[in-house]
Design a protein around this ligand. Sequence first.
Ligand SMILES: NC(=O)c1ccc[n+]([C@@H]2O[C@H](COP(=O)([O-])OP(=O)(O)OC[C@H]3O[C@@H](n4cnc5c(N)ncnc54)[C@H](O)[C@@H]3O)[C@@H](O)[C@H]2O)c1
Length: 434
Amino acid sequence: MKVRKSNGKMGVLIPGMGAVASTFIAGVEAVKCRLAKPIGSMTQMGTIRLGKRTEGRVPRINEFVPLESPDNLVFGGWDINKENLYEIAIRNGVLEKSLLDALRDKLEPLTVMKAVFDKKFVRNLDGEWVKQGADKRELADQISDDIQGFTKSNDTRRNIMIWCGSTEIFMKPSEVHSSLAKFERGLENNDPDISPSMIYAYAALKLGIPYANGSPNLTVDIPAMQELAQQNEVPIAGKDFKTGQTLLKTIIAPGLKARQIGISGWFSTNILGNRDGEVLDDPDAFKTKEESKLGVLDYILQPELYPDLYKDLYHKVRINYYPPRGDNKEGWDNIDIFGWLGYPMQIKIDFLCRDSILAAPIVLDLVLFLDLAQRSGMKGIQEWLSFYFKSPMCAPELYPEHDLFVQLAKLKNTLRHLMGETLITHLGMDYYEV
Ligand SMILES: NC(=O)c1ccc[n+]([C@@H]2O[C@H](COP(=O)([O-])OP(=O)(O)OC[C@H]3O[C@@H](n4cnc5c(N)ncnc54)[C@H](O)[C@@H]3O)[C@@H](O)[C@H]2O)c1
């Protein structure tokens, strides 16, 4: 496969300039100034083995595939309050003030654009920095104008859009989502099933800009958007960044299953006090998140294939809004397992994590990999990026792959494939042939 060269500056367009977005942007600026290291980012820290173990070829991923450098990224975004990135980052309190002060001249000029926002979809928020339009088509056109204005004033050659906005209420695909033509009519008729996140995504895909969905929103998980992505040859990826508790779940569950250990219960509860936690305090927003978090174990454990081990698994996920903790989430897992002859055992996990610190490197990797995908001529759903998501998108006839280690193998094999290298199967019998 031929990968087109990267050239010049690349824009990262972010609907939702909150905790994750500001931690990502300030972090990239800190990395650009060599003030800190991009820990957690595979594109910046990771390596990839090529060929046989005897060959000793293990380049860094960013030396192996022609990724854009973080030095060439510029940022823009939308939110519902008129603030600049310095103010947002200070308010969120994720990064230390001393670091933000060192980056102040980079962050302060980054002001947010007016949002397309409808309280019906995010009930716990209110904002005054919001676009007005006669219908949803007009709002999509305004986003499109913003993007074109951003491209011109920043002189970007390519842009990527990544949703870091709030979780919208739970939605199911409906008639208006079933084809592009119906969706476009729906924009004109102000169809109530078209959410703000869909309006941003539509504007991006129309302009040929790849789109990643960091939340569990329905946004691009509908035939209309997938049709548009195919038509305009744009890669899309989603959904819901896989960070704290679900990341651990997809690390531990495949291991237990690999050793045929049974699981009778998995209870996960969290406390978090950031704005995301406040939004998820609305039961309809939580339902969107819950669906995204619950699917994971079923797909990994395959109870239909292993009824003795997982048929009766009771899986519960709770998120509790608790302001004193801010972005520093605490997630507890109680896992009731059973072994030989059915004897029970327990595992307890107490993960004192930092939500946005875990999410920021994912944003960076997705932006760079989606750009690589587009320059490689890949379009539509990018299943090889499942590694980064709680609810990976995949073709309708497939089930999503949740096992982190399968996802990792898929991602790295995709990179090998793109660069014409042999895929790694881990067979290795030839090492022992005499
Ligand atoms: N931090 C994590 O570990 C993590 C993991 C998985 C998913 N997510 C998802 O990422 C998203 C961002 O998380 P966060 O912690 O930064 O939340 P946040 O509340 O700090 O930021 C979200 C921002 O989106 C804005 N917003 C809401 N609707 C908007 C709209 N229509 N247009 C523009 N802006 C809008 C809000 O005002 C807010 O500033 C959430 O959907 C969250 O569920 C986060």
